[in-house]
Structure formats: C-alpha cells, structure tokens
Design a protein around this ligand. Structure first.
Ligand SMILES: [Cu+2]
Length: 382
C-alpha cells in the first residue's frame, strides 16, 4: 500500500507539473525581464547581435497599426497578414489554473484524459487514503485502543489491495496508450515546417514551399503594447500555418537543447543539436497561439517566445508568396475551397484606408508586409 501511495503521489505531482509550468514562467518572467533589461553585459550584447531586431513600428501608419491590433479590431476572420491580433483567453496564459483550452484533436483527447480519467482517479484515491488514515489515527489511538490487535494476515484484504490498484492502473493504461499511439502515428502531413532553436530565438523553414526561412525574435515590450500582444510573447516573425492542415514539425537546435512548446496545441518537443525530433499538430480554428521555449537553455531562455498564426489556406498561400516561397504544385488543398480561391495570382485585396490591421509596409502596397529581417534572410538565399 505504501508503494502504491508513492506511485500515486508521483503521478499526481507529474500531472500537476505542466499546469504549474506556465503559471510559474509567467510569474517569473517579469522579474527576469527587469533584470535583463539593460543589454550591457556580454551575454545580452551577444544575443542582441545574433539576429537583427525587427524594424520598429513607425511612420505615418504606426497609429493605425497600433489601433488596429486591439483585440476588438481583428479576429480569426482577419484577412491581413501577418500580425492578426490575439484573442484573450485563447492560446495564451490568462490567469486560470490548469491547462489552456485545446485546439488540436490530440490536445482535446489529452485534456479529456487528464480531466475525466486522471484527475477523478487521483482525487478519489487521495481522499480514500486520507479518510483511511484519519480513521486509523482516531479509532486506534492509544487511549481508545490500549491493547493493539496482533493480526498479521488477512487474505481477503491482501487480495483486494493487490487487485484494486491493478484494476485502477489498467483503467488508466487503456486511454493512456491509446493517446500515445495517436500522438505517435499522426496522419500524413500536409505541410512540413522545420523549427530550429537558437540562443535565443527560433528559425522556421518551410521545405515544402521553396525552403525559405524566417528568423523569429521576441518583440520589445513597447512593440508588444503597440501590437496588442501579450507581454513577452510577441515575436516579429510568426510561424504561419494553414487551418485544417496536418503540420509536421521537425525540431532541432543549433547550439544547446531548447524545447518548442505550444500549450494550446498540446505540443512540446525537445530541440536537440544534431538530432531531428518530430511532432505534428492540426488546428482548425484560425487564430494566434503562443508558446515559449520550455527547456532551460541559457540567460535569455525566458525571452524566446513562439507565436503560431493559423490562417485560411488562401491566406497561407499569399503569405508564402510574400516570403518568396512557392506553393507546391502537387500540394493537396487543406480545405475544399483552398485552390478555388487561391490568391497566388491575386494575393490580397487592398485593405480599406483606416481599417488596416497590418504592420505598415514601406511601399504601401497590398502585399503582406515583409520585415527587413526576412528580406535579409531571403537575400542570403537560405
Ligand atoms: Cu531555448
């Protein structure tokens, strides 16, 4: 029974870990931010020097862009890319205890498993053991029971306390193994994105779309505010994927071990130098979802957020084109209307003046904006 208790205690602790992590990181981040704000030390200077910082929102359209990125201004249906606004409570920490709402089939299955199998069992077992202990402490205390029983065997009880835990473990094992097998045998991918962790930023490359690569850096707090993004979670270049597509993510790192985690997708994959790890997700709801590096990777570990923007297939095609990539000819449409309304030849209608939700482009064209960084990246031919 003691061993069983230990196992359940460990299981409970493990189950609480992922839930506690975001809260912990959210709580610790501000302090860390304040500490590392002045980039005067060598490490900060190095991290600043690695990738170019995004161009700041400035110029005549800055006000409009800032205004348009308030949650009310845009939503999942926003047609401007990138920098759709986040939806409060979705894809980001919002102060609730527990997991974020899930937007992938795996995430929903795993959350159901946690909420309806693990938590009830853990709660019942814990309460049962607690009550049992209280009963024993009170009923068999020395004053109430001066002559203790010398019983050392009870076959019936021994069978019960062996069988019941086995049955409980079996009840957990069935949905658990089912979930594992779903996680490790995803359907055929519609899109592959290679994610590389670097100290302290992410690079995303799209091998199916001509191999272009994006460098994704954290935004300054001022830019987060301007764009209406959660503090320390905004990035200059988001990973963009089409809704309804099975996205295969190949994860690696260039220097130390990082981990690419997006809580709303139930995805967390270690990024290990010299090794390709693989995971996948499928999100049906267009929108913006945030994550963070979830492996302690150095001084600025807390400052390499992840932002995944899920867009319609048509918007994705337009975005790929704006980054200098190509849509594969044989690519299957991820949604029925993907090719019918393909905007490759006519990327995006010019947004009406005043309703622009994108970051301003220097030329003021209808083309989705490209930051200086991605231009630099594509000019390097990566
Ligand atoms: Cu990292």
């Amino acid at each position: 029974m003691k061993t069983l208790l230990k196992i359940f205690a460990a299981a409970a602790a493990l189950a609480m870990l992922p839930a506690a992590a975001p809260a912990q990181s959210a709580a610790s981040a501000p302090a860390a931010a304040t500490k590392s704000a002045p980039p005067s030390d060598a490490i900060s200077a190095r991290s600043q020097a690695a990738p170019a910082q995004p161009e700041a929102i400035s110029g005549p359209n800055a006000g409009a862009a800032a205004a348009a990125t308030t949650p009310a201004a845009t939503g999942p249906a926003a047609t401007n890319l990138p920098h759709a606004s986040p939806t409060p409570g979705i894809g980001q920490p919002d102060g609730r205890i527990g997991f974020q709402d899930q937007f992938t089939p795996i995430g929903r299955e795993a959350l159901w498993f946690h909420n309806w199998i693990l938590m009830p069992i853990i709660t019942l077992v814990t309460l049962f053991v607690l009550l049992l202990m209280l009963y024993v402490i009170v009923r068999f205390r020395r004053s109430a029971n001066p002559v203790p029983s010398r019983t050392s065997h009870n076959t019936m009880i021994e069978i019960v306390w062996t069988l019941v835990p086995v049955l409980i473990l079996l009840a957990i094992a069935v949905p658990s193994i089912k979930l594992l097998s779903h996680q490790y045998s995803p359907p055929k991918a519609d899109l592959t994105v290679k994610v590389t962790g670097n100290q302290w930023y992410w690079t995303y490359s799209y091998p199916d779309n001509g191999g272009f690569e994006l460098v994704s850096n954290i935004l300054s707090e001022a830019d987060d505010k301007k764009r209406g993004e959660p503090r320390l979670l905004g990035v200059d270049e988001r990973m963009v994927v089409p809704a309804g597509a099975e996205v295969k993510v190949i994860v690696t790192a260039s220097d130390v071990i990082h981990s690419w985690g997006v809580p709303a997708f139930w995805v967390k994959m270690d990024a290990v130098p010299g090794r390709l790890n693989e995971t996948s997700f499928k999100v049906d709801r267009p929108g913006l979802y945030y994550g963070q590096c979830v492996e302690l990777c150095g001084a600025r570990h807390g400052f390499m957020p992840i932002a995944v923007e899920v867009v319609t297939p048509a918007q994705f095609a337009a975005w790929v084109k704006s980054k200098g990539g190509t849509m594969p000819g044989q690519a299957k449409p991820v949604n029925g209307d993907a090719t019918a309304t393909s905007p490759i030849t006519n990327p995006q209608p010019a947004p009406a003046a005043g309703s622009q939700a994108t970051e301003p482009t220097s030329a003021g064209t209808a083309k989705p904006p490209v930051t200086s960084q991605s231009q630099a990246t594509s000019s390097r031919g990566i």
